[in-house]
Write a protein that binds this ligand. Structure first.
Ligand SMILES: Nc1nc2c(ncn2[C@@H]2O[C@H](COP(=O)(O)OP(=O)(O)O)[C@@H](O)[C@H]2O)c(=O)[nH]1
Ligand SMILES: [Mg+2]
Length: 308
């Protein structure tokens, strides 16, 4: 029995090692994904994003408790831009508060953000596939909603939950256009603090009413108030996607983002490492450097070659 079999059968240490391999993105990880990917696609993948300190980890911990009470198994990937260790430890602490640390139905993994724009770590999508194939019912990805990160979470999740909190000044300011566009559900967390109602009101006004407008919920991750409703709304969003067939479009969006991300990564690697650059590309780049070719034409030629 090899590592992939062990991991997918639920061996937690094997699972952790497999995610490490997949996250590294080397040939061993890619080979493992050849077997993992066809077995994934069943989990409900939920992205939880929002500003640092909004209570994402606390809410994820509370959601884990709620989902476990409902008999669902949960995998969590916390993408921490600063330190993978402290981030993971903080999340584990939160979940330990719920006394879930010896629960086989929960698996928590944190990873450092290495995205070029502070977005999702390159290995995040792969890790999601691993937890999905390992049969976790729900896979939650926690990311900080700064830079491109907020858009990136839509690249892995069926359901995007955006957190807002009172006391951050103009909430709409922090709720940048890109973030509003990808939100399937907005949670105003820290509703136990003053100002939460006003934030929710402002958001309702800004978002308007009608189809396509995400529900706005108030919650307090620390007291647990409203967490049940968040879990319900997540589930109902996914059910709507399934019922209307919109899930197919989500799957395509996720596929496109993941493939593009890999193509971009590989192209960047080739451009920045002379040894990985093809002679044709090297010649083109030299011509651009010598002003014999415009950058635009060179790009077009490279893209044409890729398409052929
Ligand atoms: N008052 C209050 N504090 C909260 C709530 N949720 C989280 N916090 C606190 O906010 C701080 C940041 O929480 P954390 O989950 O680490 O935020 P993250 O950076 O978004 O993951 C911690 O001190 C939490 O205890 C809440 O609903 N109410
Ligand atoms: Mg956190």
């Amino acid at each position: 029995v090899d590592l992939t079999d062990q991991a997918l059968a639920g061996d937690r240490r094997a699972l952790a090692r497999l995610i490490t391999l997949v996250e590294r993105g080397d040939s061993v990880g890619r080979e493992a994904l050849e077997r993992i990917y066809p077995r994934s696609g069943r989990a409900h993948v939920v992205g939880v994003t929002g500003p640092p300190g909004a209570g994402k980890s606390t809410l994820v911990g509370a959601l884990v408790g709620e989902l476990r009470d409902r008999g669902q198994t949960v995998g969590v990937i916390a993408v921490d831009p600063s330190s993978p260790l402290s981030g993971g430890a903080a999340l584990a602490d939160r979940i330990r508060m719920g006394e879930r640390h010896e629960d086989d139905g929960v698996f928590i993994r944190s990873m450092a953000s290495r995205g070029r724009h502070g977005g999702l770590a390159v290995g995040t999508a792969g890790a999601v596939h691993v937890l999905d194939a390992a049969d976790f019912d729900v896979v939650i990805v926690e990311t900080v909603g700064v830079g491109q990160g907020e858009v990136d979470v839509a690249a892995v999740a069926h359901t995007v939950v955006v957190l807002q909190v009172p006391g951050l000044g103009d909430s709409l300011q922090t709720m940048k256009a890109g973030l509003l566009e990808v939100a399937d559900l907005v949670v105003v967390n820290k509703a136990d603090l003053p100002g939460a109602d006003a934030v929710a009101r402002d958001l309702r006004q800004a978002l308007g009413h009608g189809g396509g407008v995400p529900p706005i919920l108030l919650a307090s991750a620390t007291t647990g108030e409203g967490v049940l409703a968040v879990a319900d709304a997540m589930r109902s969003h996914r059910r709507d996607l399934d019922a209307t067939g919109a899930i197919a479009e989500r799957r395509r969006r996720i596929a496109a983002a993941e493939v593009l991300n890999l193509v971009e990564g590989e192209l960047a690697r080739r451009f920045h490492r002379p040894s990985a650059t093809t002679p044709e590309t090297a010649t083109l780049l030299q011509e651009v450097a010598e002003r014999r070719l415009t950058p635009g034409r060179a790009a077009q030629q490279i893209l044409t070659r890729l398409d052929g």
